[in-house]
Design a protein around this ligand. Sequence first.
Ligand code: AMP
Ligand code: MG
Length: 395
Amino acid sequence: MKSVDAHLAHILATVRPLAPLELDLEQALGTTLAEEVSSPVPLPPFDNSAMDGYAVRACDVVDVPVTLPVIDDVAAGSSELRAVGPGHAVRIMTGAPLPAGADAVVPVEWTNGGTVSVTIDRAAVAGNAIRRAGEDVQAGEVVLKPGTVIGPAQLGIIAGVGRRRVLVRPRPRVVVLSTGAELVEPGLPLGPGQIWDSNSVTLTAAVRESGAEGFRAATVGDDPAAFLDQLDAQLVRADAIVTSGGVSMGAYEPVKEALTPLGTVDFEKVAMQPGMPQGFGVVGEDQVPIFALPGNPVSSFVSFMLFVRPALAKMRGLPAGPPETLSAQVAEPLRSPAGRRSFLRGVLSSDGTVSPVRGQGSHQLAALASANALIVVPEDVTEVPSGAVVEVIRL
Ligand code: AMP
Ligand code: MG
């Protein structure tokens, strides 16, 4: 059997970061920056007022109270400004350019708020309530580096330096495809022997949660030819394909039967529980990576977390490796098969202890939904006593 680590290493050596492309700001959320973004101008571009108040010469407001004539009114966006001469005040709003001659802003709260003349009750030192040009960013300064994931604040600074388009690695487009003659679309009635297709829903959501775009394709039955047709149709819009079901040892394993003859997808046993049967390889002219995950709901989800999620990180141009773990103390004894790494579903508490949930079968989706962590038990460990320290993967 192949080890979990060897399987992930093989996957990460195969998948490539997506090629950068230019996107409009509107499309860039969640993508990875592929260029240095710098500002063509200083930010702020000009000295401006940090408050609503009065622009003055600080030397005129040393002895207070003092009453000064208000010679002008400047709002944000004003461009025609009268200079502030000795003994003058200009009413000024937040963000408005500082008129020549002024070296301080007196907040309106320190005054009587006058519009013809203003009485100032408190002295202001030079520089008071002024935002200097270049205080945030100097002209030419780099504001974002390649490899940064673009979130709301990053989009903000890209717009803030005046850019409309930006070079990014896009979010990978991932098609999720469930196989199984027994599957019925949720919302439709079940016939005898049927179950609702939950895997494609889970996996598509997991794709989206991994920063990629998930497309849930129509389920196919257990016919390899129908599977290949659907795969062909979906490949045009896919940077990666995730399938569920049809990869184990039984009869009616359409994914395995359809992909094995291609010679580019390997079906192997990986030393883990759940999720032992795994398929991985590339398909189509563009060598699109395909993850053929087992059908049991817990197996496909755990496989996604261990193998697909890191691969998507690599495709996004981000650092990629095994899921992060943290240490916790088990509240109950655990059992695990020899020679396989177990990923038991558990509840991690804020006190740093973790308890396995009831129902560790690979079909027990409700138990998975009640868990918030996977407890990792190494290959060579078969029993873990209560109170021992284990590694857990947060879900
Ligand atoms: P398979 O890997 O196709 O042999 O499926 C293994 C088990 O997982 C069977 O009990 C299937 O009914 C179940 N299963 C397969 N696909 C799905 C799915 N999309 N949603 C829920 N259960 C599934
Ligand atoms: Mg099946």
